[in-house]
Design a protein around this ligand. Structure first.
Ligand SMILES: Cc1cc2nc3c(=O)[nH]c(=O)nc-3n(C[C@H](O)[C@H](O)[C@H](O)COP(=O)(O)OP(=O)(O)OC[C@H]3O[C@@H](n4cnc5c(N)ncnc54)[C@H](O)[C@@H]3O)c2cc1C
Length: 447
């Protein structure tokens, strides 16, 4: 047993999990939370682990990516899932909760745990706090709306270029649902016979004009009052480009230059699709960050040739979100390379969603626990949901927070027989889920 005292900053999904995990294993925790002093504009009450939007923790189906994540979290003693089970409301195969009861129960458990001392404070300098509170390590789990004093500390001490405050996400499509007869591989300015990474959807003038017109008039999500839309000119939402003029996108992310068709002619405009993961199971629409409502995105983006029947793994959005370039700032235990006594957990590491953030709280606490016990870091296989999330944030070229989905897991190559057994996408997912369960059966003995 260790005598260390750990400072956890932020009693959201990740910080609550991390605190509970450590305290349940005999480690003293100081849990610092600002909510009783001031709420951020997305929060409504001072209770911990607040679900600020939907009350759903997503699917319970063991064959779904969220189902896999839950299995792994339960094996680690997740308090979020235990309390969610107790406060669940009927929601088909999803785990949805009474949000007020859920947060209240989480708060009661954490505030009354004998090894957790809650302090109501707005953190600004974690190093100074650790000294004052005599803590050996710190986990920062302050989430997408980390308050500005701590954000400033991160910028000044970790480097502004690897910290993002604003998230503009482009949609991601399932590779199995594209019509490849309308698409072609070619990288800009490379010869047609050279190996290419980009898949291109060409448009003629008529298709382009109709597409831009629909983009400009489609319904957008209005900014919340705490989100002041300020866009970098180099990263404008595609719909804002459309509003600026019919030609704007054709001189930006849809420019056709260097993307000749296989017959050598140049299309009027092009939508480029880039592999979302090494396996090529999903593609993102390059430069298509957008403010369109989800419904409108599906309608308008299915106008792109080859995407008429596309299934979207996730849709685009623009919102306030503080997160790190984990690959450059952290090691795979989510510990700072510069400050080895500080780790990060939750959405701030580059995942997205309640359950994913909670899972990253468990993961980080479990790695820290091993450190306190002088055990080496435990490497999570990529075939597992938690392993896939860690692998994602540690390898993604351009950090973009992601939910758990099968596109993050290594692709399953199907045999001829397996391909015949049902729709390819469904069969692949079911085999990936089966593989994850088998890998986890062996792996969990190390937890
Ligand atoms: C507007 C909005 C809507 C969302 N909708 C959904 C959704 O529908 N479904 C979904 O799955 N996910 C949604 N998310 C994402 C979801 O909020 C996060 O994924 C999840 O809550 C992140 O968990 P976390 O523990 O990393 O951070 P949080 O749950 O945000 O917890 C961070 C905690 O740190 C505290 N804190 C911040 N700064 C400081 C400081 N300086 N000192 C002390 N404490 C501090 C905060 O008060 C908060 O309690 C939404 C996010 C936002 C902002």
């Amino acid at each position: 047993m260790t005598n260390s005292r750990i400072l956890v900053i932020g009693a959201g999904l990740a910080g609550s999990e991390a605190s509970w995990f450590l305290a349940s294993r005999g480690v003293s925790v100081v849990l610092a939370e600002v909510k009783t002093l001031k709420l951020n504009p997305a929060q409504k009450n001072p209770d911990f682990a607040e679900l600020v939007c939907t009350n759903s923790l997503k699917s319970l189906d063991p064959d779904s990516a969220h189902g896999l994540l839950k299995t792994e979290m339960r094996a680690m003693g997740s308090i979020v899932l235990a309390v969610a089970d107790e406060t669940a409301v009927p929601a088909g195969d999803a785990l949805a909760v009474d949000r007020a009861l859920f947060s209240k129960a989480m708060t009661d458990r954490l505030r009354t745990h004998p090894l957790i001392k809650v302090i109501d404070v707005e953190a600004s300098d974690p190093l100074e706090m650790m000294r004052e509170l005599e803590c050996s390590h710190c986990i920062i789990a302050t989430g997408p709306l980390t308050t500005s004093p701590l954000e400033s500390w991160m910028v000044n001490n970790l480097g502004a270029e690897d910290i993002y405050f604003y998230d503009a996400i482009a949609p991601v499509v399932d590779a199995d649902t594209l019509d490849y007869s309308k698409l072609y591989y070619k990288d800009r300015h490379k010869q047609p016979d050279e190996r290419a990474d980009y898949l291109n959807a060409p448009m003629n003038k008529e298709q382009y004009d109709a597409f831009i017109t629909e983009l400009a008039k489609a319904e957008k999500v209005p900014p919340k009052d705490f989100e002041d839309w300020k866009f970098f000119e180099s990263c404008l939402p595609i719909d804002l480009m459309a509003e600026r003029g019919i030609e704007t996108a054709r001189y930006s992310c849809m420019k056709p230059i260097g993307l000749e068709l296989p017959d050598g002619s140049e299309p009027w405009a092009v939508v480029q699709l880039r592999k979302e993961n090494l396996q090529g199971a999903a593609f993102n629409l390059v430069g298509f960050q957008t403010r369109l409502t989800y419904k409108e995105q599906v309608r308008v983006f299915r106008m792109i040739p080859g995407l008429e029947d596309a299934s979207f793994i996730h849709l685009g959005s623009c919102h306030r979100n503080s997160f790190l370039n984990s690959k450059r700032l952290l090691n795979s235990s989510m510990t700072s390379l510069k400050f080895p006594e500080i780790s990060f957990a939750g959405q701030i590491t580059g995942v997205e969603g309640y359950t994913e953030s909670a899972a990253m709280g468990l993961y980080v606490a479990s790695q820290l626990m091993r450190r306190l016990q002088n055990l080496p870091e435990l490497s999570w296989p990529k075939e597992l949901a938690i392993g896939a999330l860690v692998n994602y944030v540690m390898t993604i070229e351009k950090p973009t927070p992601s939910n758990i989905n099968f596109g993050l897991l290594p692709t399953i190559e199907l045999t001829k027989e397996q391909r015949k057994s049902g729709p390819r996408k469904k069969v692949r997912k079911s085999f990936a889920a089966k593989r994850a369960r088998e890998v986890f059966e062996v792996f969990k003995t190390q937890l």
